[in-house]
Design a protein around this ligand. Structure first.
Ligand code: CAA
Length: 389
């Protein structure tokens, strides 16, 4: 069952509005956002004003209550023009999902409406220097209960939008003897004592999306900001990724589609050997292969999004399938788009080199492509357990 209160017509209207906003307001800013490396607050405001920051959030907490399918289509549309801007929508979702999935009514009431309206921005803090792929086994950030507070100590890295977020869902170890079942999730407000934003990363791509280190030094988090029960944080983190990986697949698909559109247009205009290069078989075969990759990614993504809407039991598998396929497609298609444009493709005068740089991260974050393969393979052969004794 799809839990949406919007009709198909209303959802189509959202996409129509987004296409127009992207053409008029986002696409003309994309190169400058990349060049400046600064968070585009004007675009955040534009998305907030047009209700794009809480698309699949429940309507009772101020969201649009639209389907997940609509949400991924919106991310895709924005990413066709600007990957950094698409992350504003995707990370708002990522940061809000722990509360939507594991929060109680009071927590949802307090935080989700502010996130849906865009008054506040959100981030999700799982990764640490020694704990990227091995998210549970190597987590070191500790949370210890002291009276009516938890004291958090540790450092998170690679936190997308961490430096501009008003609230951050943080994962920390409450019981080091219990492995994944000793991890808990917390809602942290940026004003909580003992919290500070550390180093800003200098990155190859998605340069308009600040990626930072977060530092917790006896950081005081009220006990009421624990999400769910102690020890349920890792499962919450994984359930969130099941729903957010399709958002990254949508970003990857949008980047790929944007690059293909640009390359196909260029191929019709650029003349070599007396005819447009798009009429040369070498280029035609490249464009055809790019199209196959893009359309197969789209089919996997939309199916995964439907599974999000239905909370299907095999969602974990489909989230991994679509993220793996779309991330690899983005990298291949953008690389080939640069090739179609030749020397011009390598120049910052044209958008495809930016798209190629932006594409790379979709093979890395929200679980590397190798982690997606591990998740997929485990649905086929199970997780290996060492023999007892
Ligand atoms: N839903 C619910 N529960 C889940 C789950 C899921 N999808 N996946 C695992 N679990 C449960 C397991 O059932 C298990 O529970 P039990 O002990 O009760 O059986 C528990 O969680 C531990 O699971 P595993 O044994 O599978 O754990 P693992 O240590 O083998 O690791 C992993 C699994 C898939 C490798 C996981 O660590 C992982 O996904 N790693 C990648 C982390 C990642 O994606 N990081 C991205 C950071 S966010 C980001 O990048 C955002 C951004 O910048 C925009």
């Amino acid at each position: 069952m799809v839990l949406t209160h919007l009709s198909d017509g209303e959802e189509a209207l959202i996409l129509q509005v987004v296409r127009q906003l992207v053409a008029e307001r986002v696409a003309p800013r994309a190169a400058a956002i990349d060049e400046s490396g600064e968070f585009p607050w004007d675009i955040q405001k534009l998305f907030a004003e047009n209700d794009l920051l809480g698309i699949p959030f429940p309507a009772e907490y101020g969201g649009l209550g639209a389907s997940f399918l609509t949400y991924v289509k919106v991310v895709e549309e924005v990413a066709k023009a600007c990957a950094s801007s698409s992350l504003i929508i995707a990370v708002q979702e990522l940061g809000a999902l722990p509360i939507i999935i594991a929060g109680n009514h009071e927590q949802k009431q307090k935080y989700i409406p502010k996130l849906a309206s865009g008054e506040w921005t959100a981030a999700y803090a799982l990764t640490e220097a020694g704990s990227g792929s091995d998210a549970a086994g190597s987590m070191r950030t500790r949370a210890e209960r002291k009276g009516d507070k938890y004291l958090l100590n540790g450092t998170k890295i690679w936190i997308t939008q961490g430096g501009v977020a008003d609230i951050i869902c943080v994962f920390a170890v409450t019981d080091p003897t219990k492995g994944p079942s000793g991890i808990s999730a917390f809602i942290l407000e940026k004003t909580f004592p003992g919290f500070k934003v550390g180093k800003l990363e200098k990155k190859m791509g998605i340069r308009g999306s600040p990626t930072v280190e977060l530092v917790f030094e006896n950081c005081e988090v009220p006990a009421e900001n624990l999400l769910g029960e102690e020890g349920t944080g890792f499962k919450t983190a994984m359930k969130v990724l099941d729903k957010s990986r399709p958002g990254i697949a949508a970003q990857a698909l949008g980047i790929a589609q944007g690059a293909l559109d640009f390359a196909a247009k260029y191929a019709q205009e650029r003349i070599a050997f007396g005819k447009p290069i798009g009429q040369q078989q070498g280029i035609q075969f490249m464009l055809a292969d790019m199209k196959v990759e893009v359309e197969s990614s789209r089919l996997l993504l939309y199916e995964a999004a439907r599974k999000c809407d239905e909370s299907a039991p095999d969602l974990t598998l489909w989230a991994a399938l679509c993220k793996l396929k779309a991330g690899d497609t983005a990298m291949r298609v953008t690389t080939d788009a640069v090739q179609v444009l030749g020397g011009f493709g390598y120049s910052t005068e044209y958008p495809v080199e930016r798209m190629m740089r932006d594409a790379k991260i979709t093979q890395i974050y929200e679980g590397t492509q190798q982690i997606q393969r591990l998740v997929i393979a485990r649905t086929l052969v199970g997780k290996w357990k060492p023999p007892a004794g």
